[in-house]
Design a protein around this ligand. Sequence first.
Ligand SMILES: Nc1ncnc2c1ncn2[C@@H]1O[C@H](COP(=O)(O)OP(=O)(O)OP(=O)(O)O)[C@@H](O)[C@H]1O
Ligand SMILES: [Mg+2]
Length: 243
Amino acid sequence: MTSLFQLEAVSKTFGQGAKAVPVLRAISLTLDHGELCAIMGASGSGKSTLMALMGLLDRPSGGRLLFRGRDLTAAPADDLAGIRNRDIGFVFQAFHLLPRLTARDNVALPLLYRGTPRPVALAEADARLEQVGLAHRRHHRPAELSGGQRQRTAIARALVGRPSVLLADEPTGNLDSRSAEEIMTILTRLNAGDGVTVVIVTHDPSIAATCRRRIVISDGRLCEDSRPVLDTAVPVPAERGRP
Ligand SMILES: Nc1ncnc2c1ncn2[C@@H]1O[C@H](COP(=O)(O)OP(=O)(O)OP(=O)(O)O)[C@@H](O)[C@H]1O
Ligand SMILES: [Mg+2]
């Protein structure tokens, strides 16, 4: 089976000439369906930049990036947006929910943008909120939710388009340890139960320890790519069937 992501000597440089800042240098890695992977590294090492490339939000300056075996290095922007919409869910540290909308409407929004009829989008939003244990809070606005509940709403929103991969950039960075644990329980369950491939950028070693694979970036270089043996070995799930 082809990998989900294949990065071949990917580099990223911001700016040009004397102002050029090399941020990622010759990163090569393969990510398979069903993986649960932590990305660690010091602040400024290039983790979010790497996530932006994998999320097709930005393009490499050098090297090749393949998704499901297709080289996207020079793909048209519309193609990248299409793949992003269909296949990739994002979760960020700062939640990025719209304050005026209820949890339910926030979660339904990506589908509404796509032209899904409102009743269908709302039913799908309810199902995803149920999945993260928030069905009872669906009519609340973000300000009426705790940090952990906001992040669960953001995860439900990321899932609403049924992506095959979830990219989470410090999803627990703004949360207390108990809420962080809840978020990790949800992410690991999505991975093990539903076969969603999950990549988590984190500074927290205890969160990284729950992931089967750990990648460490240092100064833009991949300096570790390991699969520590976990206490609770979970078999890698097959790719979930797509509706
Ligand atoms: N658009 C940009 N233009 C110029 N430099 C950038 C840009 N985006 C990121 N950088 C630089 O790239 C380097 C890596 O940034 P990045 O955000 O990927 O780090 P990070 O590992 O995610 O850090 P943190 O843990 O603090 O989130 C930093 O030095 C940053 O200043
Ligand atoms: Mg970052």
